[in-house]
Design a protein. Sequence first.
Length: 170
Amino acid sequence: MAVRTVERQRFASIMAAFPSGVAIITTASGDRRPKGLTTTAVCSVSADPPLLLVCIDRGSRTLPALVEAKRFVINFIRLEYQEVCRAFASKDDDKFANLLWETTGSGMPLLREHVVSWAECATVQEIEAGDHIILIGRVEDGDVTPDAEVAPLVYYRRAWGRWHPHEDER
């Protein structure tokens, strides 16, 4: 029996109708140069132990550094940093140029000024899944911005946007 699937464009449209937070995944290459990419494919896996997953396209130029370092930071991006996300979604060689960033205690690049929260992970599992690799990371460090007024960047129907609480929730 033939396996039935929807065509790629329809699948992309289906997923575009699901709003997602926007994150920049950062790591350091073997020569300690910072690497990163923009994604919406991040998900919590477990609270005990604390695990997150991120899905990385096999064609990503950042993937080899992620696999080699076995560590990464998930930078959950603030609303006003859409241009930073565009830069990290590009094929530019130095996505960190003209960008303020720091390193975590283990040497991973952190975009602290640009985030609503961040989580540093040690890779505990790599899973092959179609045209992507799923990295499951154990959260070893992280924080949330203390400013309650900071809003996350959301991606919906191929456009950047803002999250608004429902009126009943205010």
